[in-house]
Design a protein around this ligand. Sequence first.
Ligand code: URA
Length: 237
Amino acid sequence: MRINKYLSTAGIASRRKVEEFILKGQVKVNGKVVKDLSCDIKDTDIVYFNNNIVRVSQNFDYYKLHKPKGYVTTSSDDKDRKTVMDLMRGVHSRVFPVGRLDYETEGLLIMTNDGEITNILTKPSSDVEKIYMVHIDSGITKDEIKKLSLGVDIGGYTTKPCRVLPIEVKDDFSKIEITISEGKNRQVRKMMEAVGKNVTLLRRIQIGEIRLGGLSRGEYTKLNQKEINYLKSLKKK
Ligand code: URA
């Protein structure tokens, strides 16, 4: 297994982040610093991160968290803002967010140390659907809904067709659900901007078969067995 995949599967961080650690010389294989990202790890190799042995475990932890707005989804922040890690203080294993929600966005975030699941859910070719609830401070026409669902230009990229479901439409407030299977940076906000709408609340309510359910803002809970089985089924695809 490639060294970056090995470290991310072991739950150290995302593949991209572990590549930074490797290039900074924080990773050793059999006692020697390795900066070659193409290094392959064999069963007999011993891998160290910051001089601690890294093992790929099969006993992973899975949580869902309701991220409130005003938190970043990275493990540390150069502007000293609160991170979702601050909300997971009661959890003793090192779990990391699967993918991102922007600072202003709230809702479902899966937290785990299972790097393979993180890789599967965040790779660009992942087709797992994510559902967002969007509040805007105006109405929305059938035409605008059609435009959104066929795909809009969000600055040089046209979004893929998606499902857009109006839940409530009034002149000064509307609530819609958008289901997308891609995850460009701030995608839903940019899509709404493309049709001239002002988002007043954005909440992710579902990832694949995992629902936010009744979790309050800032609250987390372990995934139940059915939810874990669903995530594990993605590994077999
Ligand atoms: N779309 C956004 O605009 N923001 C997110 O955090 C996720 C999807």
